[in-house]
Design a protein around this ligand. Sequence first.
Ligand code: ACO
Length: 321
Amino acid sequence: MTYAKIIATGSYVPEKILNNEELASMVDTSNEWILSRTGIKERRITTDEEKTSNLAYNACLEAFKSCSIDKSEIDMIILATASPDIIIPSTGCILQTMLGISNHIPVYDLQAACSGFIYGLSSANAYIKSGKYKNILVIGADTVSKFTDYTDRNTCVLFGDGAGCAILQGTEENTGIIDCDIFADSSGIKSLNANGRLSKGKVEGYPYIKMDGQAVYKMAVKNLTQAAINIMNKNGFVEEQISWFIPHQANLRIIEAVAANLSFPMEKVIITVDKHGNTSAASVPLALDFAVKSGKIKPGDLLLLEAVGAGFTWGACLVKY
Ligand code: ACO
């Protein structure tokens, strides 16, 4: 039996920091309000020149530095993003060129909003298990600031830009991804969207994120809790066996509510939302890479990765690291 093992991780955030005080000078909000409602202190924002592909590229370089495989050994690239550089071709193809991967491997973008990285892991796991591909580069990268309305205090305090990635490799050892579940419920479209659309060269509709915060909050807590319980039960694990819970970094209150429902002590929960805000598809791989590089995650640890996002989409992934 072949398993998909995470052999390397990488991440990157843009240099420019946008903190709560600066936001308070842009909209009617305060550091105290943002911190108490979301746990976010600051977030990173791209310049006009920096695109999703630039963030993804830098994250990938980090990952290649931390493993011995060469870029030419990658046999598939899956880039999860809701903020492609351009309409066509895919940002994954742009990234392929930047990385100098010139062999004819399959490359595609995957759009599952904030759940994109978990969807990407799920896809890569299936391809590797099938035996058709051995080394798959999965990236979550987003520049949500490009479609955030910085006059709307309901949304602009929440989001940041970033990228994270993992290199998955097929192995016959019983390690790596144990299981991945992904879901969608499109009745959530009305509660969270950016519904601008291109029509004959013009953008029609409101091109920025619009959100019913309380509906999203309830959906996120319910689905993250349920997905975690399902995947642990199905695979015969109980919460004490999970070494690290790495949830989507949307909001500290959501994370704390889910951890409490699952009886995970907060010491076992990876938190980066204070520094990055909600980076959409980048959130889980950024948190994963932070936890690996800071020495929290050790080989053999059991990880529960989870995300939830627009669609609604959500998913859970159990990994033996
Ligand atoms: N600063 C000050 N006041 C604000 C701000 C702000 N940035 N944003 C909203 N308010 C106001 C509202 O206008 C409202 O005022 P009113 O009572 O006069 O109408 C008041 O604060 C309370 O608003 P609520 O929506 O009740 O505030 P709540 O406690 O629910 O917190 C929040 C809002 C943080 C958005 C919360 O609902 C939440 O966390 N939702 C989840 C959203 C999320 O994480 N989205 C990320 C994208 S989706 C994803 O990744 C899963």
